[in-house]
Design a protein around this ligand. Structure first.
Ligand code: NDP
Length: 246
C-alpha cells in the first residue's frame, strides 16, 4: 500500500526532479524528502528567499546541490516555460520527475459572489500554467528512462463543494489533464498520476479553515510515503491513477 511505502534510502539516486511551490508546505517537504533519497531537485517557486532556505537545508543534510528556478506562475508565459525547459536540458539532459504542487486557493465564497480576476488567477496558476509547463517539459521527460509526472488534486477535485468555486473547478481540471496525458503516453516511459494530499497542516489549509486546530492535522511529512512511491521506479507500472496520500 502506497501510504505505507518504505522507500529504500537511495530510491531516487541519479534522478533529476522538479518540484513547483518548493518553498513552503507540502512542496517544501517533498523537495527535502526527494533530496534525502538521492535526487537532484530543481526548486521552483515565486519567493526566492524560501527557495534559498530549502536549498541551504538540502546542502546541510548532505544532499546533491539543487537548482533554483524563481518563477511566478501567475504571470509566466509559454516562452518562460520554453526557456526553463531548455535550461534544464542544457544542464541535466533530461527530467525524471515533475511534481506539480504549487497552487492557489483563491477566495472561498458563494458562487454568485465570485469575481472574475480571482477566477482567472486560480485557473492560470492551477491549470493553464501546468499545461504550459508540462508541454514544454515533455521532450526532457521523454529523455528519461522512466519519467514520473505527479499532479496535485484535492477532495474538491473529485466532488464539488459549496463555496470552493474556481479552486474546486481547477482541481477537476487537474484530474482531467492527468488522465489525458496518461492515456496519450500509455505504454511509454512516461507515467502520469495524481495525489490528493487530504487535509494537511500548511498555510493554505489554515487559510481555508481558520478556526480549526491545526495540531489535529497530518503534517506534510506524514504524506511522504505516497510522494516517494510515485516518484520512485517502484511505481513504474502505474499510470492514470489518482491516489489519496492519507
Ligand atoms: P501552501 O500554500 O502552503 O504552499 C504552496 C506553495 O506554492 C508555496 O510555496 C507558494 O509559494 C507556491 N505558489 C503559490 N502560487 C504560486 C505561483 N503563482 N507561482 C509559483 N509558486 C506558487 O500550500 P500546500 O502546501 O497546502 O498545498 C500544496 C498542494 O496541495 C496544492 O496544490 C494544494 O492545492 C494541495 N492540497 C493541499 C491540501 C492541504 O490541506 N494543505 C489539501 C488538498 C490539496 P509562496 O511560498 O511564495 O507562497
Amino acid at each position: 500500500e502506497h501510504q505505507n511505502y518504505q522507500a529504500p534510502e537511495q530510491a531516487l539516486a541519479n534522478k533529476i526532479i522538479l518540484v513547483t511551490g518548493a518553498g513552503d508546505g507540502i512542496g517544501r517537504e517533498a523537495a527535502l524528502t526527494y533530496a534525502k533519497h538521492g535526487a537532484t531537485v530543481i526548486l521552483l517557486g515565486r519567493t526566492v528567499a524560501k527557495l534559498e532556505a530549502v536549498y541551504d537545508e538540502i546542502l546541510a543534510a548532505g544532499g546533491a546541490e539543487p537548482a533554483i528556478i524563481p518563477l511566478d506562475m501567475k504571470g509566466a508565459t509559454e516562452s518562460h516555460y520554453r526557456d526553463m525547459a531548455a535550461t534544464i536540458v542544457d544542464q541535466f539532459g533530461r527530467l525524471d520527475g515533475l511534481l506539480h504542487n504549487a497552487s492557489l486557493l483563491g477566495v472561498l465564497s458563494p458562487f454568485g459572489h465570485l469575481d472574475l480576476p480571482t477566477w482567472n488567477d486560480v485557473m492560470q496558476v492551477n491549470v493553464t500554467a501546468q499545461f504550459m509547463m508540462t508541454k514544454a517539459l515533455l521532450p526532457a521527460l521523454l529523455n528519461s528512462e522512466a519519467a514520473s509526472v505527479i499532479f496535485t488534486s484535492s477532495g474538491v477535485g473529485r466532488k464539488g463543494r459549496a463555496h470552493w468555486g474556481p479552486y474546486a473547478v481547477s482541481k477537476f481540471a487537474t484530474e482531467g489533464m492527468a488522465q489525458v496525458i496518461a492515456d496519450e503516453y500509455e505504454n511509454t516511459s512516461l507515467r502520469v498520476n495524481v495525489i490528493n494530499p487530504g487535509g494537511t497542516r500548511t498555510k493554505m489549509r489554515a487559510k481555508a479553515y481558520p478556526a480549526e486546530d491545526a495540531n489535529k492535522l497530518k503534517t506534510p511529512a506524514d504524506l511522504m510515503p505516497t510522494y516517494l512511491y510515485l516518484m520512485s521506479d517502484d511505481s513504474k507500472a502505474l499510470t492514470g491513477a489518482s491516489l489519496d496520500a492519507q
